[in-house]
Design a protein around this ligand. Structure first.
Ligand code: SF4
Ligand code: SF4
Length: 451
């Protein structure tokens, strides 16, 4: 049945200030080599890698230095050439300390000599393409860091009809995907063609919010040259437009139920950065050792979009943007809606680092830096705003109360596990209630009980 009310959007959602003007027009910048990198052995969903090198080893750029065992894992590579000086736990931007390989640069920046180029990459067999993607350590670069070779492996009997490249970039402040789409459009389209070949998909889409007209124009120009079935779709500007199921609803008019994975509904969604990394791996044999990181916020002197080596410290990347302007109040990995506040600048950029946002103490930062993220909060006044704006149609107000009262089973029965942790509820709450933190607590307790 045709949905006559369809408007390239989804139910619920919010319209926070975009705050992208600082960096959206600034080209991707190559920065000096870091003197040292810290490569965590976990930058992906699944089993942590085991080191393949030891202290004192000489490594090259692109050399595999960590490999995981188990069905869900990925590999890690050195992002510079140099010497392994330590293998020990180190602060990680997602939280606790993680075993990491620390490499000092020899300043030569030499590639490992086993890279294989493939000019005729679209004639490679799908299984071989998947092996190349796996070997290159490619994971979802939108932040989820799910191993891509697994995402491209549908369960037996499931057929993937559509591939969607996610260029929504709805998170305020962040412009790394935007710049990549403007500056690397042809590579992204080639990456999409490779994914479509792996999955034998019949059609590909690139979904981009309409606040990026230059990116839409570039990708339309690129895909119109092709005979391939690729369509560029302009999407309404609304948060969280880039969440997988919301993107699928907007583009395909298809509801994917909470307990169902997109692949089971015949759709695979990959970020633009992931498509670009796939192209580089398949065409040039290059593993994932660098990515675009937006360094921005009112606490950074010269915000920009940096081509950052994996393992470069936040401190190094902020210094490459002129350092702090004034006294920093908060440093976040990712955007202010779904990002994670950091307690040290020693943490390294990892595969899922799309941005670093710095809020300054003076002037006071923004509507994003309020209660809900650590400040004082008040009791629920039952205004219903969180429910109206929740894109998943669940009940964030209830979860707040259930968390305060330890009602874990009730929260489970009220579908707390369906929450995508987008933060829209916390953002609109007039009582500044930390609803996402409440929900994360409830989910962790449910998982403990299930174990
Ligand atoms: S309950 Fe979850 S999905 Fe709904 S708005 Fe809050 S964070 Fe987003
Ligand atoms: S938005 Fe805040 S105050 Fe309003 S119902 Fe939700 S939790 Fe309660």
């Amino acid at each position: 049945m045709i949905d006559i009310f369809h408007r390239m959007t989804f139910r619920g959602g919010i319209h926070p200030p975009e705050e992208k003007d600082r960096t959206k027009g600034i080209p991707i910048q190559t920065i000096p080599l870091p003197e040292k990198v810290v490569i965590p052995l976990s930058q992906h969903t699944g089993a942590i890698c085991e080191p393949l090198v030891k202290v004192g080893d000489i490594v090259k750029k692109g050399q595999k230095i960590g490999e995981g065992k188990g069905s869900i894992t990925s590999t890690v590579h050195s992002s510079i050439s140099g010497k392994v000086v330590d293998i020990s736990p180190h602060p990680h931007p997602l939280g606790s300390d993680i075993l990491s390989i620390i490499i000092e640069s020899d300043k030569k920046d030499e590639w490992v000599d086993s890279l294989t180029e493939n000019e005729d990459y679209l004639s490679i067999e799908p299984a071989k393409l998947k092996e190349i993607i796996k070997d290159a350590g490619i994971v979802g670069l939108g932040g989820a860091q799910f191993p891509t070779h697994i995402k491209l492996s549908p369960p037996e009997g499931d057929r993937v009809e559509y591939v969607i490249i996610n260029g929504a970039e709805c998170e305020p402040y962040i412009t790394s995907d935007h710049r990549l789409m403007v500056e690397r459009a042809s590579e992204i389209v080639e990456g999409l063609k490779i994914i479509m070949r792996v999955l034998s998909a019949k059609k590909g889409f690139i979904g981009i919010e309409k606040n990026k007209p230059d990116a839409i124009a570039k990708l339309k120009a690129q895909s119109s040259k092709l005979k391939a079935h690729i369509e560029v779709v302009g999407l309404n500007v609304k948060y969280p437009q880039g969440a997988e199921k919301q993107l699928i609803k907007s583009i395909l008019k298809k509801e994917v139920p909470p307990s169902v994975f997109p692949i089971e509904a015949g759709v695979v969604v990959n970020n633009v950065g992931t498509a670009y990394a796939i192209y580089n791996a398949v065409r040039y044999g290059r593993p994932l050792i660098e990515r675009v990181v937006t360094v921005t916020g009112n606490g950074v002197k010269d915000p920009g979009n940096l081509l950052a080596r994996i393992g470069a410290s936040f401190e190094f990347l902020i210094q490459n943007c002129g350092g702090f302007s004034g006294e920093p109040e908060k440093v976040i990995m990712g955007g202010p809606m779904m990002g994670i506040a950091q307690y040290t600048l020693k943490v390294p950029a990892i595969k899922g680092t799309s941005g670093i946002v710095v809020f300054s103490k003076n002037p006071p930062s923004s509507p994003f830096n309020k209660g809900g993220q650590g400040g004082l909060y008040q009791p629920c006044i039952r205004c219903g705003r969180c429910v109206d704006n929740c894109p998943m149609g669940i009940s964030p107000n209830l979860y707040g109360l259930q968390a305060e009262r330890g009602m874990i089973d009730e929260a489970y029965n009220w579908d707390v596990m369906d929450c995508i942790e987008c933060g829209a509820c916390s953002y609109v709450c007039p009582s500044n209630r930390p609803l996402v933190q409440f929900i994360k607590y409830l989910k962790a307790e449910v998982k403990k009980k299930q174990k």
